[in-house]
Write a protein that binds this ligand. Structure first.
Ligand code: NOJ
Length: 545
């Protein structure tokens, strides 16, 4: 195997499949492996390199499957292991790699280990797999400290002991149904090494690691200074007791050995909401993880200053540890980019609180999202596309309250609607009860007019977002693979850079038309150029120079 094919991921475009909302093969209203297998030709033709599939493990789905009840199986609503194997074989046959999502920070409260922990009582080895503590107060009626869940409310929940008395508390960074593992316990560490091997042996090409900056904790840490206005935000303090602790790197060195024992080696992508870029780079050192989502870029406002700073930081700082930059605009946790870029404030908030309010101009947002797609796909390194992003889907902002499933809704006291608006099942056809998603409706209501943004409607329409993505993904293969870029002189509202000697990308983020640098040919453009050949505002071009 050549070095180039071992390093396929360095400039790969990885498509995120939120399986519950991708395509429903069995007509139960929820997406599944059967639906995904049927649509693999669509993904091959789109021109992506790999899929990342969100958790498909048995789960009560209190947090969309990030509450895993069994790490070595598949929830029957999504399929079974035999179907998973067929999916892997078929995807590989199409030249597509497949990454899964591993959730090492916590399990579901339905996991066998957690049930055993509750039954076994204080001080037992079963409880030592999780983080149980006695409460404060005379009768232990107060939580061990003031730490809060990322989803709102306390990060501690009191249990009833097997003898019926009120008992210890367990720690959960996320929902109450997601107890955190104790990663000081060697049994937990060994278990996850085994889980990695289980899926690698089945043929999975790598993992996206959920909350990769979690796991290692200082449970003796002090109470935290919370800001009432930032309910869902983590306080940004140095030496955070449960995020980005140095001890986590030792775990990844062990994981890397497992990945490297395969031929070709397996891949790890970190979901790590850490700042600044230097902290992220620590996860991507030679003997740790391969790649990470670039949330700094995702959160940046649609301005030349923010984007250029983020691009420079990413290329330089990640490059300093030999890692490629990555580019990401959307995922299942944040607002769709068409909506965000259609607002007055275009920067996203942090993590699960990444929603901004205010009126949305969808037409403007779409124009910017098209330009942003060409920018992202011209940059050096890898890129992520979240399902539906290639259709230009907007966030569904008016889901009925009774349909909301994200735990953020309840845990925020119904003040934050949460992330369901970017998880609405995909429209595949212009009409039909679920716009082609499946025969049995859709688990979240799809908005009227959803069919206008369907794969069927956009296929063959040269002006559609889908056609733009297809062209860009095809043409991107000709952009020089060198992982650097050279900025070109440009007006203040314009980003212009060269990759290699013959390719340039120019993006106008302002309102006044901009001159293009000298070029041989316009290869691709996110919107029409002016009659004078100038580049209108919120438009991007790829040039042969
Ligand atoms: C990050 C995932 O992307 C998000 O969807 C989930 O709620 C949390 N981790 C907890 O697992």
């Amino acid at each position: 195997m050549t070095q180039a094919s071992r390093d396929w991921w360095r400039d790969a475009v990885i498509y995120q499949v939120y399986i519950r909302s991708f395509a429903d093969g069995n007509g139960d209203g929820e997406g599944d492996i059967a639906g995904l297998r049927e649509r693999l030709p669509y993904l091959r033709d789109l021109g992506i390199d790999a899929l990342w599939i969100n958790p498909w493990y048995p789960s009560p789905l209190n947090d969309g499957g990030y509450d895993v009840a069994d790490f070595r199986d598949i929830d029957p609503r999504f399929g079974d292991l035999a179907q998973a194997k067929s999916l892997l074989d078929e995807a590989h046959g199409f030249g597509l790699k497949v990454l899964l999502d591993i959730v090492p920070n916590h399990s579901s409260w339905d996991h066998r280990w957690f049930k055993e922990a509750l039954a076994a009582g204080p001080g037992s080895p079963e409880r030592a797999r999780y983080i149980f503590r006695d409460g404060r107060g005379d009768d232990g009626e107060l939580p061990p400290n003031n730490w809060r869940s990322v989803f709102g409310g306390p990060a501690w929940e009191r249990v009833t002991e097997p003898d019926g008395t009120p008992g210890q508390w367990y720690f959960h960074i996320f929902d109450v149904s997601q107890p955190d593992f104790d990663w000081e316990n060697p049994e937990v560490r060994a278990e996850f090494l085994d889980i990695l091997r289980f899926w690698f042996d089945l043929g999975v090409d790598g993992f996206r690691i959920d909350v990769a900056h979690g796991m290692v904790k200082n449970m003796d840490g002090p109470d935290l200074p919370y800001d009432e206005s930032g309910l869902l935000d983590r306080p940004s303090i140095a030496d955070h007791p449960f995020f980005d602790r140095d001890g986590v790197h030792e775990i990844y060195r062990g994981w890397r050995e497992i990945a490297d024992a395969y031929d070709p080696p397996k891949l790890y992508v970190a979901e790590a909401w850490v700042e600044p870029a230097e902290r992220l780079a620590r996860y991507l050192r030679d003997d740790e993880l391969h790649s990470a989502f670039n949330f700094d870029y995702l959160k940046s406002a649609w301005t030349t200053a923010e984007l250029r700073r983020s691009i420079d930081d990413s290329v330089t700082v990640l490059g300093s540890v030999g890692a490629p930059a990555t580019w990401v605009l959307e995922n299942h946790d944040v607002e769709r980019v068409v909506t965000r870029y259609g607002r007055g404030v275009t920067a996203a908030g942090a993590g699960h609180a990444g929603r901004v309010s205010g009126p949305v101009d969808v037409e403007l947002g779409t124009q910017r999202a098209r330009a942003a797609a060409l920018l992202m796909l011209a940059l050096p390194g890898g890129a992520y596309v979240y399902q539906g992003q290639e259709l230009g889907l907007a966030e569904v902002l008016d889901l009925p309250e009774e349909s909301l499933q994200d735990p953020v809704w309840e845990r925020s006291g119904r003040t934050e609607r949460g992330r369901d608006g970017c998880r609405v099942p995909l429209p595949w056809a212009t009409s039909g009860s679920s716009y082609g998603f499946g025969a049995g409706g859709a688990w979240l209501p799809q908005p009227a007019g959803w069919g206008d943004r369907s794969v069927e409607a956009e296929t063959g329409d040269p002006g559609s977002v889908l056609s733009l993505y297809r062209s860009a993904l095809r043409l991107r293969r000709d952009i020089p693979a060198d992982e650097s870029l050279t900025w070109l002189p440009s007006a203040a509202d314009v980003l212009a850079f060269r990759r290699g000697e013959a390719f340039a990308c120019v993006v106008n983020l302002g309102t006044a038309p901009a001159d293009l640098p000298e070029h041989r040919e316009v290869i691709l453009s996110s919107g029409p150029l002016g009659p004078d050949g100038r580049l209108p505002g919120d438009t991007a071009v790829w040039l042969a120079v």
